[in-house]
Design a binder for this molecule. Structure first.
Ligand code: AHR
Length: 874
């Protein structure tokens, strides 16, 4: 992603987050009611049988330290390897960063496609080579450790740990090599852990033991390996450690009692795994995914697929061998992946939970727009993806199919989709896609070949280059603020239908922490997808998994630490939507009564003056209505017209209003009356001292919630209309900036024009910013039909803070049985969320739905997502 776009995306997102946080739902009226009318005879598109999928990416320690059950962090001591194609460069302050080795000289070093989280380019900490490991010397023994590249254990593991141990002074003295796991090792009493590690004793002679110890040093399990003799070759050690106690923050310890120098490598510890698979998955995290019953799984990225350099992009061929033989790779999300949960394990997991597999292939284009594999030499990279398909579905005696058979799986895996790269903005990506698709279709015509789009919206120039008829499906991502769907419920209805379909490979409504408001937004988003199932045939939320100790991304679906986990409310929304997926959409309309008055001025409210860390003066204030009639003016003889004392130090003198406290941010004085509804304000303002300019407040409902014209914002660098929240049920849009400064001791003409839903900010007669206010939809519904059960499935989301009596009418039903089901999710506040401490705060409940009929009434609670299953024959 271009940094410029990225920054503006961040800015827009954060403004929207704030906005959505503070303006949840419209003002309530006690007699508000709703109606939904469904026509059973007007059948729309079938709901796609592939709509509900999941997306697994190595981000937030989703795999290592997450669903991949390995408990030892940095098990083969490779974490400090600089990714191929990258080099380390010293910053002015002595710290290190990574740069691409071979960029053309005219390409700016800080140019990244998607710089986040690489602000300041890839920072690098040399100490990370020993991440997870520490040494403790007991009883006069002394140990020293360092990473070495001498005598590697195998080709995949270039590095190992060298330990030099001097003899203990006490008989029990020892050197303890400790691994703290991924923010603690979760040890459960009675559970048996499988240990394997490799040792090259070299000159070491002495005793060796392995143990699991609680955080406060109690032994929870131990295995004595007895005496070790000096030897120059690598030896493997295994043990089963059965714990006698529980500690979520336990650690693993190798104890050496003796003397000499030795090497350690590939220390691996596994708890029992999902379906008891060796090298398998953490059970409860895998269960969350199994329970979603996903139609497909997308893997392994995301940005992860793109690689920092093409040399370091993930290569599935290095992941279809025993885990010890996998070199691993530094990933886009700033840590090294062991690739333990590799291509083979991904395919196995798809089979285990009955999902189709979607493999996202590296397409030769990296995350850096100037570091791409040349298009005319792309054949070897295309071959890599053809080989990946052969590995998954080729006959057991084919080149790669035989490797699969050797890995213990002669039968094909359920690979159905291949995606070509991820989020590549340049138009030339269309040419890359076409080359890949042509080659894949020629050999595997049954394969759906997905074209990647942007992080939001379509990449039309790339589509044009590939040609509509050469595209199966496009993967459009959708990270939006939680309010977005409330004004864009018709987003996909507006799409022109083309020969290709849409896959929303990454979507998520964003608001603080992934709260109930987000989940409600996701519910409306999914309704929109179901309603447009002729176009949107697949969707998957992102990111899926997140270790709370290292969040690369703010809003994720399932979070966990070493022993605990929870799913956000959006997980349960997706689950209940999937479990209640109709076969076909039905036409429906929904309404709120009384209807919102389209003439209500959305920007009406209190008017005020102020400043940010600046002392200012104002004079000649005039307020006009929308017919240009003067409705207020102030000669500033007194402060009688204002809500005194306000914030700051306010006074009047000789027809001038003064604010003399440059320490207030903001200072504020609100007019008692009239409120500013629609019309115009003009006045003069002068900066006396301080760091910014003037503020003009409007649409204020209190001293904490307002819109404002900010002259000399952000350290006196630009002018813009900004918001501190917006009124209930509305969304603030716009507020573009004009660069500029406010100078001292100069009178400026400032003015504000307010229409029903739009405001303009002027400085010396020139418009410097404008903004809009939109009314947010607060009630959404969609309908479909379950052919087997003969039931109407109605989905409805109520954002209002009061219950909605809702009249349901089923047109074209020949008969309706009275007893249906109401699956309900609700919470008292839009800002509630599930957490590690309260993991099930918001989950669905199934209630009876009595009295169903062709026309009946049901109450949909405040802040609720509802699914009504109504037994009805057509
Ligand atoms: O889901 C997190 C990231 O968002 C993905 O890696 C990338 O595809 C998108 O920009």
């Amino acid at each position: 992603m271009n940094p410029k776009y990225y920054l503006s995306r961040c800015l827009i997102l954060s403004i929207m987050l704030l906005l959505a946080l503070v303006c949840p739902s419209p003002a309530q009226s006690a007699d508000l009611s709703a109606s939904i009318r469904v026509n059973l005879q007007d059948q729309k598109a079938p709901i796609s049988p592939a709509l509900y999928g999941i997306f697994m990416e190595e981000i937030n320690h989703a795999f290592d330290g997450g669903i991949y059950a390995e408990l030892i962090q940095n098990r083969s001591f490779e974490e400090g390897i600089v990714p191929p194609g990258m080099k380390l460069v010293k910053n002015a302050n002595g710290s290190l960063r990574m740069e691409i080795e071979k960029l053309p000289p005219d390409v700016p070093k800080d140019r990244w496609d998607m710089p986040w989280p690489w602000n300041g380019n890839c920072s690098w900490d040399p100490a990370r080579e020993l991440i997870g490991w520490s040494l403790q010397n007991d009883g006069g023994a002394k140990g020293e450790m360092k990473i070495t590249e001498a005598n590697p254990m195998n080709k995949a593991s270039a590095r190992s740990l060298e330990l030099t141990i001097t003899p203990p002074q006490l008989s029990g003295g020892r050197v303890r090599l400790i691994n703290s796991g991924y923010w603690g090792i979760s040890v459960q009493s009675g559970t048996t852990y499988d240990l394997i590690f490799y040792l090259r004793p070299a000159t070491f002679a002495g005793k060796l033991a392995a143990s699991l110890e609680s955080n406060d040093g109690k032994i929870l399990a131990v295995n004595d390996f007895g005496s070790i003799k000096p030897k120059q070759s690598w030896q493997v050690f295994t043990a089963k450690l059965t714990a006698s106690g529980t500690d979520p923050k336990a650690r693993f310890v190798l104890s050496f009692n003796g003397t000499g120098t030795l090497q350690v490598d590939w220390v691996s510890l596994f708890p029992p795994t999902y379906k008891n698979r060796p090298n398998g998955l953490r059970i409860e995290l895998a269960k969350y995914l199994e329970d979603l019953k996903p139609d497909f799984i997308r893997y392994p990225g995301g940005c992860y697929v793109e690689g920092l350099s093409w040399e370091s992009a993930p290569d599935w061929r290095k992941m279809v061998c025993p885990p010890e033989d996998r070199p691993g790779m530094w990933g886009y999300w700033k840590y090294r992946s062991t690739d333990g949960f590799g291509y083979h394990e991904f395919l196995q997991f798809c089979e285990d939970i009955g999902s189709d597999a979607m493999y996202v292939a590296f397409c030769g284009m990296t995350v850096h727009p100037d570091n791409n594999w040349p298009l005319d030499e792309i054949q070897p990279i295309i071959q890599r993806s053809l080989d990946a398909i052969e590995y998954a579905i080729g006959p057991a005696d084919s080149n790669w199919g035989s490797v699969r058979a050797k890995m213990g799986h002669p039968k094909p895996f359920p690979l159905k989709y291949v995606e070509i790269g991820n989020e590549h903005p340049p138009a030339i990506y269309g040419d890359y896609y076409k080359k890949f698709r042509d080659a894949i279709k020629a050999k595997y015509p049954q394969m759906t070949v997905i074209m990647s789009m942007y992080w939001s919206g379509l990449n039309r120039p790339a589509i044009e280059r590939a040609g509509d008829n050469n595209i199966d499906i496009v993967d459009e991502h959708s990270y939006r603020d939680a309010a977005w769907i409330r004004t864009n419920f018709n987003y996909f209805d507006r799409y022109q239908r083309k020969p290709w379909k849409v896959y929303v490979g990454e979507y998520a409504s964003h608001n603080a922490g992934g709260n109930w408001l987000c989940a409600m937004g996701d519910s409306a988003y999914l309704m929109m997808c179901e309603r447009n199932s002729d176009l949107v045939t697949m969707a998957s939320y992102a990111p899926l998994l997140c270790n709370v100790n290292l969040k690369d991304w703010g809003i994720n679906l399932i979070e966990f630490d070493s022993s605990r986990s929870f799913a956000h409310a959006s997980y349960y929304v997706q689950k209940m939507f999937n479990e209640n997926r109709p076969d076909v959409a039905l036409s429906n309309t929904s309404e709120i009564s009384p209807k919102p008055d389209p003439n209500t001025p959305l920007m009406a409210g209190k008017f005020g003056l102020g400043s940010w860390s600046t002392s200012t003066e104002f004079k000649d204030l005039k307020i006009y209505d929308d017919s240009n009639n003067l409705i207020f003016s102030d000669s500033f003889d007194s402060l009688d017209n204002w809500q005194t004392p306000g914030i700051g130090t306010w006074s009047v003198e000789s027809g001038t209003l003064r604010q003399t406290d440059a320490g207030q941010s903001p200072s504020m004085l609100l007019l008692k009356s009239p409120d500013l509804k629609v019309g115009k304000v003009t006045l003069k303002a002068r900066r006396v001292a301080g760091s910014e300019g003037f503020l003009m407040f409007f649409n204020a409902s209190s001293i904490d919630r307002f819109l404002f014209c900010n002259y000399g914002a952000a350290g006196n660098s630009f002018h813009a209309i900004q918001d501190r929240g917006s009124p209930d049920g509305s969304a603030f849009r716009g507020g573009r900036n004009t660069p500029g400064k406010i100078e001292n001791e100069r009178w400026y003409d400032i003015s504000l024009v307010v229409n029903r839903s739009r405001a303009e900010m002027l400085l010396d007669g020139k418009m410097v910013s404008d903004a809009r206010m939109e009314t947010l939809g607060s009630f959404f519904a969609s309908a479909g039909y379950d052919n087997d059960e003969k039931a109407v499935i109605l989905k409805a989301t109520n954002y209002y803070s009061t219950p909605l009596k809702t009249d349901i009418e089923l047109d074209g039903a020949s008969s309706v049985e009275s007893n249906g089901k109401h699956i309900l999710m609700k919470s008292d506040s839009l800002f509630d969320e599930n957490t590690l401490d309260n993991p099930k705060k918001i989950t669905p409940k199934e209630l009876p739905l009595p009295n169903c009929a062709k026309k009946f009434t049901v109450t949909l609670p405040a802040y609720s997502v509802n699914i009504l299953r109504i037994p009805a024959k057509k």
